[in-house]
Design a binder for this molecule. Sequence first.
Ligand code: NDP
Length: 300
Amino acid sequence: MVTESFPLKSGGSIPSVGLGTWQLDDEKGHDAIVYALQNGYKMIDAAYAYFNQENVAKALKDSGIPRKDIFLVDKLANTWHTAAEECLKITLRNLNVEYLDLWLMHWPSPLNHNGNDKKTPKLPDGSIDFEINWNYVDTWKSMINVQKKYPQKVKRIGVANFGIKELEKLISETGIVPEVNQVELHPALNQQKLYLYCKEKGIQLVAYSPLGSIGSPLLKNEELDSIAKSKGITLAQLILSWGVANGWPVIPRSQSPERILQNINLVDLTPDEVSLISNIGKKNSGRYVCSSWHVFSEDD
Ligand code: NDP
């Protein structure tokens, strides 16, 4: 039996498959979310910075699935680090929900809130306008305080795009360990060091871009494809099954009903199959998601 959920350290659990909602901002995106929820998805991964929270809200409502049956994740945007509480309030209003199951710091990168948070803020010389008197530990302290103030609105807090050094700093300076670290994770970026560190601390890794995102080279890999064919599943199903077999939830995104169904129908893999897929991934290793506001260190 494929694992349906993973336990979280503060209690409860996180579903092993969720639907990513980046770019699901039109009617087709809305329909994809409704379809996923009506066909067994129990987790939706949203974010303020996807600027589609109203579309997600409409889909949550139109699905007819009770709120309590959905594990809803949203993220504090880079431009709102100094105003976490306000960002949470706007998020809950946009999503038209009373609470989030998990609220993540989207990136360890506080940017200046210059009144237009839809664009990455820039200085006159074209460089990124970081909040120079603020860092992600300050943000984490704000998120901790917001959760203490509104435990009924924020069930759990966590981070995304954090490496080991950043997690160390966060934990040593606040004593509060994030529930989750959501990072890019797929066979070409298997994050073993980070996984082992997080496991020791009780932090659940969650795989974003688990298929390798748009135009993924993994989805064209012939070696992986032949393993998938031999098992009678698609390449995407193989890659996602590898993630869950390794011990982390996956949040693939698709607009296609057929693929949405594929992505939640995963299979068990043997330890030999898992390591074969990891070895193929290593030969093709790469990080596919880049940002101008964060540089990952070698160790990440
Ligand atoms: P994914 O790895 O989920 O890949 C999505 C791409 O794969 C789309 O082009 C999709 O196309 C295609 N696809 C999906 N299913 C299949 C399938 N079964 N067969 C073939 N192709 C398929 O990429 P994302 O970058 O969207 O990552 C997933 C989610 O992770 C995001 O939506 C977001 O919620 C989250 N995320 C979080 C980040 C963070 O900083 N915390 C950063 C990036 C992502 P199609 O729609 O045509 O099926």
